[in-house]
Design a protein around this ligand. Structure first.
Ligand code: PEP
Ligand code: MN
Length: 345
């Protein structure tokens, strides 16, 4: 309450709060009175408390998200990705390595990328059939043909597929083909799309918006969860800062922050963060060390000819170096390889 708030002002707030079924605890100091509210936050919103006489400010202490919060779900969650018979975990006990081309370009390039990913120890294949490009003139992806190539590649390699959906109208089609639906950074706040993937019956990989706060990111996850889908994995992929040396700044502190506030798994994408292949392995190592539940990286058999994001794609010795880090570091943190925990149901 403001320093000059009267007893009448205080009683006014208390009676309003009690009127919607809440409790109000009044704590009188020498110059200030603080009123603590307990009850249903939504009903408090309707009271417009800030506008009442004597009120100086209103602070929310509880999380604005409910379903994805750890407050009511203290155990961290594991999300299982893949068809029955081959479900790959992403969660606190395991480490999940996801790799693949930025974009599906041809059947041969996708298959070769998948073989590279699998040989490096990846248990899930990434690859975009619908690409959210900054420029309308850039390669937009193969669409349905790209999804078919991913399905053929899964049949050949056994790797479940993670692929992006950019338009709510495409959700049923993408969900029919993919094992996990990716929401990209540019669509994190596309609430209609979030609701659509919430109803799609497939796990979701939700990238952090490049200008989103952690709270906004978790509220985006809440949109998906609120439609009945709690199989959401968060992905830190770098945020926009003033630094032009990297494509984005990988916000590693977001990983333990999110893990402390939400039960959802969190992985790191060092490829889209850095935009440069020489930084991908060091950043991936840092992501593992900070406690991420997995990493997702771009690989390409011939980065120079890639139609999308070639400069950040790993191949050859860089990929082998990453594979070594993924084998060696997670066990030091008590994690087992997700491939060792694949389950049938
Ligand atoms: C991608 O993973 O291919 C992609 C477009 O990522 P982001 O949305 O993080 O830029
Ligand atoms: Mn990309």
């Amino acid at each position: 309450m403001a320093p000059g708030a009267t007893d009448e002002d205080i009683a006014g707030v208390v009676s309003r709060v009690e009127g919607v079924g809440g409790e109000a605890f009044v704590s009188k100091g020498v110059t200030r009175t603080i009123i603590g509210l307990v009850g249903d936050i939504d009903s408090f919103h309707h009271l417009n408390l800030r506008t009442l006489p004597g009120v100086a400010d209103v602070h929310r202490i509880s999380d604005p998200y409910k379903l994805v919060s750890r407050q009511h779900h203290p155990e961290r969650s594991t999300v299982w990705v893949g068809p029955p018979g081959h479900r790959v975990p992403i969660g606190p006990e395991t480490f999940t390595f996801i790799a693949g081309p930025c974009a599906v370009e041809t059947a041969a390039q996708t298959l070769e990328s998948a073989h590279m990913a699998r040989a490096a120890g990846a248990t899930l294949l990434r690859g975009g059939a619908f690409k959210p490009r900054t420029s309308p003139y850039a390669f937009q992806g193969l669409g349905l043909r790209g999804l078919e190539i991913l399905v053929e590649t899964r049949e050949e390699t056994g790797l479940p597929i993670v692929t992006e959906v950019v338009d709510a109208r495409d959700v049923p089609l993408v969900a029919e083909h993919a094992d996990m639906l990716q929401i990209g950074t540019r669509n994190m706040a596309n609430f209609g799309l979030l609701q659509a993937v919430g109803e799609a019956g497939k796990p979701v990989l939700l990238k952090r918006g490049m200008t989103a706060t952690v709270e906004e990111w978790l509220m985006a996850a809440e949109y998906i969860a609120q439609r009945g889908n709690l199989d959401v994995v968060l992905c830190e992929r770098g945020i926009r800062t003033f630094e032009p040396a990297t494509r984005n700044t990988l916000d590693l502190s977001a990983v333990p922050i999110v893990q402390a506030t939400s039960h959802l798994p969190v992985i790191v994408d060092p490829s889209h963060a850095a935009g440069r292949k020489d930084l991908v392995v060091p950043l991936a190592r840092a992501g593992i060390a900070v406690g991420a539940d997995g990493v997702i990286v771009d690989v390409h058999p011939d980065p120079e000819s890639a139609l999308c994001d070639g400069p950040q794609a790993l191949v050859g010795s860089d990929l082998r170096e990453l594979a070594a880090a993924v084998r060696k570091i997670p066990p030091l943190l008590g994690r087992v390889d997700a491939g060792d925990r694949v389950r049938a149901t």
